[in-house]
Design a binder for this molecule. Structure first.
Ligand SMILES: Cc1ncc(COP(=O)(O)O)c(C=O)c1O
Length: 337
């Protein structure tokens, strides 16, 4: 059994659940928010849950270096840097271009300040041979590199979200919320969606699980994600025990992509304004698009009475991370266009 399953790399707080009063009134349903923006005080959001599993595995394999690919200024690169550096790993990220936003620039600056080695790369495809070369180069230097999957989305990373649903089931048992009819989350690289679908099966409480795509249509393949959810559930299951579970099911909603990754939509801006009235701060790249998906679902279908929105963007302030460390190289900053 993987060490990560027994002992995550760092502690996560059970995140609060909040009834979003204004959103609920506007939609005529109960809308709850699972505040995964608060998973960790240094840097939270959904990446922390996945990394608590992935970094435990890297530690168990005695890795020295983490190597990854991500968009410049992405939450994935910053989260891996924050939690990886705290555990003593060196971090190298091959970063690809994305649209400029003040948040992306701040995130890129924070990753550089924390000592992430940022290597500019034209696209995910050109990153592949460079990454293979980097892994070899590190090995030849006597280091033990460990590859972190894109977005932290592997079956092991997704087990972090099985644990999150187990946490939610305990909160239900404590009377903190009624069980939702539908859960909605962002769908980027898919680990969160796959983990939630597996988690819903693991706790045995029925609920639709919907991922709202923000990245690209080809990455949001329902069959592939269902396969990842199955593998995640098998991994999260106790070893040697035959699985009593029905196969996980998940839904993919691509209606909110708009002009593509990082481009805001009207619906996302509307969702951002509405959720802000309940004190829930959303960004237009990820979380506001998913919230727009939830609103569209509620408006189109009068049946579900209770929705749960997984808020996956860290709300920890970035200023303490900026410190007096390195600045990103000009060619790295130029990736934000
Ligand atoms: C804030 C935020 N929410 C959600 C996601 C998507 O999660 P996943 O990659 O597991 O689909 C991301 C991915 O980068 C993200 O940064």
């Amino acid at each position: 059994m993987s060490e990560a399953l027994l002992s995550p790399a760092f502690a996560l707080t059970p995140t609060p659940v909040q009834l979003a009063q204004h959103v609920s009134e506007a939609l005529g349903r109960e809308v709850y928010v699972k505040r995964d923006d608060q998973t960790h005080p240094a840097y939270g959001g959904n990446k922390a849950r996945k990394l608590s599993m992935l970094l435990a595995e890297a530690r168990a394999r005695r890795a020295t270096d983490l190597v990854l690919v991500g968009a410049a200024g992405s939450n994935h690169v910053l989260a891996t840097t924050v939690h990886g550096r705290a555990l003593g790993f060196a971090v190298t990220a091959f970063v690809v271009p994305r649209p400029h936003s003040p948040e992306a620039e701040e995130s890129l600056r924070a990753a550089a300040a924390l000592g992430c080695r940022l290597v500019p790369t034209r696209s995910e495809w050109t990153a592949v041979p460079r990454l293979a070369h980097e892994l070899l180069r590190l090995r030849l230097r006597g280091r033990r590199p460990w590859f972190i999957p894109p977005g932290g989305s592997s079956s092991l990373g997704a087990v972090g979200y099985v644990r999150a649903v187990e946490e939610l089931a305990r909160q239900r048992a404590n009377g903190e919320l009624p069980w939702p009819d539908v859960m909605v989350c962002v769908l980027g690289s898919g680990g969160m969606l796959a983990g939630l679908a597996a988690g819903v099966r693991a706790v045995g409480l029925p609920c639709r699980v919907v991922g709202v795509g923000v990245w690209s249509a080809w990455a949001a393949n329902r069959m592939a994600l269902t396969w990842m959810a199955r593998r995640t559930l098998a991994l999260a299951n106790e070893p040697g025990r035959d699985s009593p579970y029905a196969p996980p099911e998940l839904e993919v909603d691509l209606s909110q992509l708009g002009a593509g990754y990082g481009h805001p939509t009207e619906a996302a801006l509307e969702a951002q304004a509405l959720f802000a009235r309940d004190g829930v701060v959303l960004d237009t790249t990820y979380t506001a698009k998913a919230a727009a998906g939830l609103m569209a679902l509620a408006r189109a279908d009068p049946r579900p009475r209770r929705f749960l929105f997984w808020h996956s963007l860290s709300s920890a302030p970035l200023e303490p991370l900026l410190g007096s460390g390195e600045l990103p190289e000009p060619q790295v900053l130029a990736l934000l266009r």
